[in-house]
Design a protein around this ligand. Structure first.
Ligand code: NAD
Length: 480
């Protein structure tokens, strides 16, 4: 049995009351590790350590913070394979995916903000000949970072890196479902000699540890990624304390496929956009709208490709679909398949649990599922399933598809597939989504604003947006 530890004040610690919780491997269903079941007292200790470290860290040279962050990235690079194996075991995602995307991206997050802080600048405003104003962007204090289970290290570092680069100290909580890579990351920070207390990682449940972060008066800002319902609870808890809040929440993303798209490329990329990471990416397309003249041809090619996605052991390089995160999550996905049937949907492929043999006999595997025949406003097309389930819907006009695509409470991401440039611009502007990809999906530039509209979130992360979130803007006005 492996033991994971909290990282508080520069040292590895167990929970203050000695409690542990089990960590499961989704591909086998077995418990393989124990993690500290921390409490509010552990958050108090982490905040105390962060407050002690803040004065030195917030006034250290940006070049020094940058150097340390690059050192952390270098050390992660040397242990990339360990991270990839740990991420795959914790989440059920194919290890090749963790090796190719999750871990390199986590390293990039550190490198990107290590570079960005050296290039940041602030504004000056001259008021005629009367005064000169300039904006100081100062570290905000102690930042709380809370992340979900689907892209564990990728999203954990996406928050921690800008917070540290901007000169804040951090108290961070990874998802209790996937604590492994955050624990490895703590080892890297120790090896890189990050000063004690600058970053503190506390494991535990949302109820105990997450809530303690969001209600603590000494946490100045909370960056949260997770479900919309949790986001609402956090907003309720944090609002009376006037914390700065960044909320990256759920999605129900649309792909809009016009008849003039590049057919082969569109089919291939939209399959990837629906089923990457078993559909457990907040940006996955779950509603695929297809212009009617192309509908049947697209549907048939799409389903054929989806049937080729091999469900298997995440350790096997030929696996395209690993395990879902847990048996409970698989039950949720199954309940949506039953709902889709009730709502009149036809299951074109998938729709059931996959029983593997041997090592993975106890794993939560599910066949990638395509459904047609559902109205755009039914529950299956409105609620986030967060699994390998995509629905296909025909449309007749641009106006109609925009109405249907925008008719959800979410507004995270969308993709548009067309060779008509004018239409691409027009549709991108009309979509209610924080991110619109045209003829691509998940093409990311870390300088761009990232986040959702409506109930997909509040605020933006990435690039200057993140550095602005983690700093307090102060205007200094000098009379000339
Ligand atoms: P979740 O909301 O259940 O948990 C996310 C984190 O919040 C976990 O660390 C959890 O312990 C913590 N938490 C739970 N209750 C809390 C509370 N009361 N106070 C403080 N923290 C609390 O989400 P999940 O199931 O881990 O992740 C899946 C969800 O995340 C999906 O809805 C998905 O769309 C969303 N997501 C969004 C983005 C984005 O960028 N918008 C990215 C990835 C995932």
């Amino acid at each position: 049995m492996m033991y994971l530890w909290n990282y508080v004040d520069g040292t590895l610690k167990e929970a203050s009351d000695g409690g542990w919780f089990p960590v499961h491997e989704p591909a086998t269903g077995e418990v393989y590790a124990m993690a500290p079941d921390s409490r509010a007292e552990d958050i108090d200790a982490a905040i105390e350590a962060a407050l002690s470290a803040f004065s030195a860290w917030s006034t250290s040279a940006a070049a020094e913070r940058s150097r340390l962050m690059h050192r952390i990235a270098d050390l992660m690079q040397t242990r990339l394979e360990d991270f990839a194996q740990a991420e795959s075991r914790d989440t059920g995602k194919p290890v090749w995916l963790a090796r190719m995307i999750d871990i390199p991206r986590a390293i990039d997050n550190f490198r990107f903000f290590a570079g960005a802080i050296l290039h940041s600048s602030s504004e000056a405003h001259q008021t005629d000949t009367i005064a000169l104003n300039y904006t100081l962007r100062q570290p905000i204090g102690i930042a709380g970072c809370i992340s979900p289970w689907n892209l564990p290290l990728y999203l954990f570092t996406w928050k921690i890196a800008p917070a540290l680069a901007a000169g804040n100290c951090v108290v961070a909580k990874p998802s209790e479902i996937t604590p492994a890579t955050a624990s490895l990351f703590a080892e890297i920070c120790m090896e890189a000699r990050l000063p004690a207390g600058v970053l503190n990682i506390v494991h535990g449940s949302g109820e105990n540890v997450g809530a303690a972060i969001t209600t603590h008066p000494d946490i100045a800002a909370v960056s949260f990624t997770g479900g919309t319902a949790t986001g609402a609870t956090i907003a309720r808890n944090a609002a009376p304390l006037f914390k700065k809040l960044s909320l990256e929440l759920g999605g129900k993303n649309a792909a809009l496929v016009f008849a003039d798209c590049d057919f082969e490329e569109t089919v291939e990329t939209v399959v990837g956009s629906a089923f990457s990471n078993q559909g457990e990416v907040c940006l996955c397309s779950s509603r695929i709208f297809i212009e009617r003249p192309l509908y049947e041809r697209f549907r048939d090619a799409f389903v054929e490709r989806v049937r080729e996605l091999t469900v298997g052991d995440p350790l096997d390089d030929s696996t395209r679909q690993g395990a879902l995160i847990s048996p409970q999550h698989m039950e949720k996905v199954l309940s949506y398949i039953a709902l889709a049937r009730e709502e009149g949907g036809r299951i074109l492929c998938g729709g059931e649990r996959v029983q593997l043999e041997g090592r993975c006999a106890g794993g939560a595997f599910f066949s990638p599922t395509v459904i047609e025949g559902l109205p755009y406003n039914c529950r299956t097309n409105q609620e986030e399933i967060f699994g390998p389930v995509a629905t296909l819907l025909p449309f007749d006009s641009e106006a109609e598809v925009l109405t249907m695509a925008n008719a959800t409470r979410y507004g995270l991401a969308a993709s548009v597939w067309t060779s008509n440039l004018t239409r691409a611009h027009r549709v991108a502007a009309a979509l209610q989504a924080g991110i619109v990809w045209v003829n691509c999906w998940m093409l990311r530039d870390l300088r761009t604003p990232f986040g959702g509209m409506k109930q997909s979130g509040v605020g933006r992360e990435g690039g200057w947006e993140a550095l602005h979130f983690f700093t307090e803007a102060k205007n200094v006005c000098i009379k000339l």
